[in-house]
Design a protein around this ligand. Structure first.
Ligand code: GLU
Length: 493
């Protein structure tokens, strides 16, 4: 008999954003299926959704599409075990719950709100205690139940957990976990409106959809015993559980929406590339056991073995993400980088300014010098406007320059460049080097003052010739004149 096909599902609740932790779950779920040549399924879990969030499902579709986590079955592409949206599956669950009642694994509960509130009130410190149903309706006789049902009293259906013994389940990452049954609550499976609770729908759906590996955040670990009992009660195969470690902002705080931490959309807006984000989050909880850090999605599919997921929390290290993003930026073609940089240029330069500057050349300089795209505006601001700098910028120990010899240089350079007809990197370069030879000085003596005058900065993306070419003749000469004036007035003054 051939081994069972691996079927995994990403089962997000539509919240309107894709938190980094959710995206990691989606990625791991996808990788586990694809590594085993199996199926990756998307199921939208909108049961228990307190309010409908406009466009929330689209965020999920869009993110999966952008990141390349293509699902084989789902609400938009269909499949053999649909519907794939929980709210469209409402009709399924009640029958399953009744099956459990028949088996003595669940029961009707007719307790009204008043009675439930009174149990809460008697607990010593209601705020500290998790409400636990006291089992009042567990042992109603069949006749009593039928009488109440016939009279139309509102009811819920609860899971009937044993009160003694232990429930043990195995999680692939966290190992064997045992819980005293006395701690398990008789959780509600079907609510008084006839609809399932989230927990029940989740288990029934996973079974109906033939899910073999359940991948989710470790915040669900404490619910797993109750889920496990449901599988056993039905006599269903228990899936392989893979609970992923938490993602931390730092040693003490979880990365969470509440802390205002990044969602996938936020990261894109902050100038990160989607491929870099995917690569980075793959390593939040998993590593291949080698030094390799840069992976394409295909490489991850090949190498991802869920047994290598670790249970230690992972820290979301922004410094590392930035580094990785820089590596992805370097790997882009110049055209790709240029079109990604364009919107940032448009924020800085007016149309007229952009026309005068050689933007593709700026992109060439920047591509190896930015880690995130949002650094672009600050890095190119000096092309728009010469910063108001101090003349000590002309002092460079290694270049052996100071304001005095810089003034001499710039006064030599100015007429030579004024006479230069063809304003391009090579001709500027050759002309300046001729001058250097004539002046019989070291290169730095001439190059540093020009670069400084053109940028007004201690460091700039690109040297004297590159900046001159980008700025164009008129603006370059103007900046050299500004430099000369600045040096003159301050040296004399
Ligand atoms: N709908 C749950 C969530 O968005 C996923 C639970 C699961 O994967 O079992 O957190």
């Amino acid at each position: 008999m051939s081994a069972k096909e691996v079927r995994t599902r990403f089962a997000p609740s539509p919240t309107g954003y894709m938190h980094v932790g959710n995206l990691r779950t989606a990625l791991y779920t996808y990788l586990i299926a694809k590594h085993a040549d199996g199926k990756f399924i998307l199921r939208i879990e909108d049961t228990d959704q307190e309010r409908y969030v406009e466009g929330a499902v689209d965020v999920i579709f869009k993110t999966l599409k952008m990141t390349g986590l293509v699902h084989d079955e789902g609400p938009d592409v269909g499949g053999p075990v649909g519907p794939y949206v929980q709210s469209e599956r409402r009709g399924f669950y009640l029958e399953y719950a009744k099956e459990l009642v028949e088996k003595g694994e669940a029961y009707y509960c007719f307790c009204d709100k008043e009675r439930l509130d009174s149990i809460k009130d008697t607990s010593e410190d209601p705020s500290q205690k998790i409400f636990k149903y006291d089992g009042h309706c567990r042992n109603l006789s069949k006749e009593e139940v039928e009488k109440k049902l016939a009279s139309g009293i509102s009811y819920v259906i609860r899971q009937k957990n044993p009160t003694e013994g232990v429930t043990t389940f195995i999680d692939e990452i966290y190992g064997e976990i045992s819980v005293d049954n006395s701690e398990l609550e008789d959780m509600i499976l079907i609510k008084s409106d006839g609809l399932p609770t989230y927990n029940f729908a989740n288990v029934v759906d996973d079974h109906m959809m033939g899910i073999t590996h359940v991948v989710r955040g470790n915040e669900y670990l404490s619910s797993a015993p109750k889920y496990n009992r449901l599988y056993n009660a039905f006599g269903w195969d228990v899936p392989t559980y893979i609970h992923c470690p938490p993602i931390m902002k730092d040693a003490h705080n979880k990365l969470s929406k509440r802390n205002g931490d990044a969602s996938f959309e936020d990261l894109l807006a902050k100038g990160y590339l989607k491929e870099a984000v995917v690569n980075f989050i793959a390593l939040l909880g998993w590593n291949p056991g080698t030094d390799q850090e840069i992976f394409t999605l295909e490489e991850l599919v090949q190498q991802f073995d869920y047994k290598n997921i670790h249970k230690a929390p992972s820290i979301f290290d922004t410094v590392k993400l930035k580094w990785m993003n820089g590596e992805y930026i370097k790997k882009l073609s110049l055209d790709e980088f240029h079109s990604m940089a364009m919107p940032y240029y448009e924020d800085v330069f007016s149309k007229e300014e952009a026309e005068k500057l050689n933007l593709p050349k700026i992109s060439e300089l920047l591509q190896t010098r930015v880690e995130v795209l949002t650094e672009i505006p600050e890095k190119v601001a000096f092309f728009k406007e010469l910063p108001n700098y101090e003349i000590d910028l002309y002092t460079h120990k290694k270049m052996k320059t100071n304001p005095e010899n810089s003034l001499v240089t710039l006064e030599e350079v100015l007429p030579v460049l004024e006479n230069l007809g063809d304003w391009a990197f090579q001709s500027i370069h050759d002309t300046v080097f001729e001058l250097i030879a004539q002046m019989e000085v070291k290169n730095g003596i001439v190059l540093w003052p020009i670069r400084t005058a053109l940028s007004g900065l201690a460091s700039s993306p690109g040297g004297a010739f590159e900046l001159a070419e980008i700025l164009g003749k008129e603006e370059s000469l103007r900046r050299i004149r500004v430099g000369i004036e600045k040096l003159k007035s301050q040296l004399e003054g």
